[in-house]
Design a protein around this ligand. Structure first.
Ligand SMILES: O=C(O)c1cccc(C(=O)CC[C@H]2O[C@@H](n3cnc4c(=O)[nH]cnc43)[C@H](O)[C@@H]2O)c1
Length: 248
């Protein structure tokens, strides 16, 4: 399978690369968007019929717009080159569903603040008649990814992944989001941007987040980024030997 993996920062894409055991990395090439794309050739498993895979990595920057630009740069540079796009990196977790270190696999990718604030509360963009705020991964993909993580003992949850442009910093905001999205497990800033680019190019998308902090009152001291990056590496180690080498 040919997979495009979009992260926000290099530390996240480095964790993904470290997890894809046995890969052979090419020298980075620069996309027209200015982003560096690194290609990993992931060997198949001889004698099992598992084909080799290709994973391209791009660190596109923080936020949905930057992520959309980077994903579009890679997708437009190689039309029909990808079977799947993955938005991944660290993210906030909604307690109690996603404690620190949990890997959240999206069954929905939601732009949680795309809409209008009104006296009656938030109105999503589709209710305003201007488009969409939800993208869905292919049926069954999140469960297949979860199966690979479960097999490797990685703590994980299949749930909606929220995308915001402003990191939640209060309990009230966290409560507002979970009231609108009761099953949500993660909050990050790039997923929906990557999903929009993938949809525009007709390529399936999924989001995979490793929880670095609790969504709620701002407490930077409580963030556990290194642990989350390690969980991300572990998740992609498992995915690189199973899901990423299968056909969608
Ligand atoms: O609150 C701060 O002072 C602060 C300082 C530096 C960076 C941040 C970020 O929020 C980094 C956002 C970056 O990390 C992802 N991320 C991780 N946890 C969350 C979260 O709880 N909510 C949203 N995004 C999160 C995100 O995808 C970005 O790439 C804050």
């Amino acid at each position: 399978m040919r997979v495009l993996v979009v992260t926000a920062v290099e530390a996240e894409s480095d964790s993904v690369a470290a997890g894809l055991a046995g890969h052979v990395a090419s020298a980075p090439r620069t996309l027209a968007s200015g982003h560096a794309l690194t290609r990993l050739a992931v060997p198949g498993t001889p004698g099992t019929g598992t084909p080799p895979g290709v994973v391209d990595l791009v660190a596109g920057g923080v936020g949905p717009a930057a992520a959309a630009v980077a994903a579009t740069g890679a997708l437009a540079a190689a039309p029909d080159a990808y079977d799947l796009v993955v938005s991944t990196g660290i993210g906030g977790g909604f307690a109690p569903r996603a404690p620190l270190g949990t890997v959240v696999v999206s069954d929905r990718i939601v732009a949680a603040d795309l809409g209008a604030d009104t006296p009656g509360g938030f109105v999503a963009v589709e209710e305003l008649g201007f488009g969409r705020s939800v993208h869905l991964p292919p049926p069954g993909l999140a469960e297949r990814i979860a199966g690979a993580l479960r097999g490797g003992g990685q703590r994980h949850v299949v749930a909606p992944a929220l995308t915001v442009s402003t990191v939640t910093g209060t309990a009230a905001r966290a409560a507002e989001l979970i009231a609108r999205h009761p099953r949500a497990a993660s909050e990050a800033m790039e997923g929906f941007g990557v999903a929009e680019a993938a949809a525009a190019h007709g390529v399936p998308v999924v989001e995979v987040r490793a929880v670095s902090n609790a969504v709620g009152p701002r407490d930077r001291a409580a963030w556990r980024v290194a642990e989350a990056l390690d969980a991300l590496r572990g998740a992609f180690r498992l995915l690189g030997t199973t899901v990423f080498l299968e056909d969608l």
